[in-house]
Write a protein that binds this ligand. Structure first.
Ligand code: H2U
Ligand code: ZN
Length: 348
């Protein structure tokens, strides 16, 4: 029997991790409609005197925020990683293995406005966020003991975000953490075999086939990757193969702001709610090596499934056996692609 992606249960290989995902497209025969629930509309104030991140306010610790008017970053008051700590390696009988880890955690506020999100911010303001990402990547990455700079955002209460004020985090550390480390192994193997970055060949295919393409501009494209796990997972890929934030031209930085706006607007339009997600960049490590294999990209992992209130849980089979999804990547891509490019709040 010939494998039909739209009918037959199958497994797809995640090229970035080397892990397989189980796809069960036949299950979508059960009712699966994106209901648009009337969830509470935005009633957040532009300034919240009780918010830890608003300009001029006291934070949870001793610090007080300046009256910032654009972006603002600071060392996390409750940092998970610390710069001045042991980096000793421990091996007790080959059974108890550990290593001290040095690092720095920061919080970055995207805007002084408490009520906005990346999707609702204007392009020039998102460009300032991009500039801050570049600056932090450079400054943190230049430190001798920092070999990876993980920039990310947890959006929305479902993702465990502690505060609605538009913000992200940076965890910069000594070791290349597990997710980018898996990618590095895959990138290296592909580059060795083909002499090109894995994602330049993959993107070329996606731009030709178009079935998983969501949105693009001159320098970036967003696809639902063939191996997506989360229902609305996307992968943002640079068209030019480069690895570092600091490799971007001014034009590419502007294009990055533009594509981030485009995809986040689409997300908000799915259920006409501020779409929750965890998203983050995978730039090249800052370990002083060249990394010609590395290809700059960003992941969006939204948890929502069928409606603004139904979340996909990674439980049961997925915890014990394998990642699994029902709708195909192609189905989700078309859904996202067909949504308007204008934010629902601006459409009246
Ligand atoms: P999340 O919303 O993604 O959880 O991030 C908020 C971070 O902000 C969190 O890591 C930090 C928390 O430690 N924070 C401060 O550093 N100072 C504060 O006054 C409040 C929150
Ligand atoms: Zn990645």
């Amino acid at each position: 029997m010939k494998l039909d992606f739209n009918k037959h249960p199958h497994r797809r290989l995640n090229l970035l991790t080397g892990e397989w995902v189980q796809v069960s497209p036949h299950r979508t025969k059960r009712p699966w409609q994106g209901q648009e629930e009337e969830t509470a509309q935005n009633t957040k104030p532009e300034y919240d005197p009780t918010c830890y991140l608003c300009p001029g306010n006291d934070r949870a610790g001793e610090a007080k925020n300046p009256e910032y008017t654009s972006t603002f970053s600071f060392v996390n008051d409750f940092s998970a990683l610390l710069p001045d700590t042991s980096n000793e390696e421990v091996n007790d009988s080959d059974l108890l293995i550990a290593k001290g880890e040095r690092g720095i955690c920061k919080v970055i506020c995207f805007s002084p406005r408490h009520d906005l999100t990346l999707a609702e911010m204007e392009l020039p303001q998102i460009e300032e966020v991009v500039d801050l990402w570049v600056k932090e990547y450079k400054e943190l990455g230049e430190k001798e003991f920092i070999n990876y700079v993980q920039i990310f955002e947890n959006r929305g209460e479902v993702m465990g975000s502690s505060n609605p004020h538009p913000h992200g985090q940076i965890w910069a550390q000594e070791t290349i953490p597990e997710e980018p480390a898996k990618e590095m192994r895959q990138f290296e193997a592909y580059f060795k075999k083909h002499g090109k970055t894995l994602l330049s060949d993959y993107l070329e295919l996606e731009l030709k086939r178009k079935e998983r393409l969501v949105v693009e501009n001159d320098h970036f494209a967003v696809v639902v990757p063939f191996w997506a796990f989360w229902p609305f997972e996307t992968l943002l890929i640079s068209k030019r193969p480069f690895g570092r934030f600091t490799d971007m031209t001014d034009e590419e930085k502007k294009a990055l702001a533009d594509i981030v706006k485009k995809i986040t607007v689409k997300y908000d339009n799915v259920f006409k709610v501020s779409f929750p997600y965890s998203a983050g960049f995978h730039p090249a490590p800052t370990d002083g090596k060249d990394h010609p294999e590395w290809h700059f990209h960003m992941h969006f992992y939204p948890p929502l499934l069928r409606s603004a209130t139904i979340k996909k849980f990674r439980v049961g089979y997925e915890m014990l056996a394998n990642s699994q999804r029902d709708v195909t990547a192609e189905f989700s891509a078309q859904w996202l692609r067909d949504l308007p490019d204008v934010h629902y709040k601006k459409r009246g």
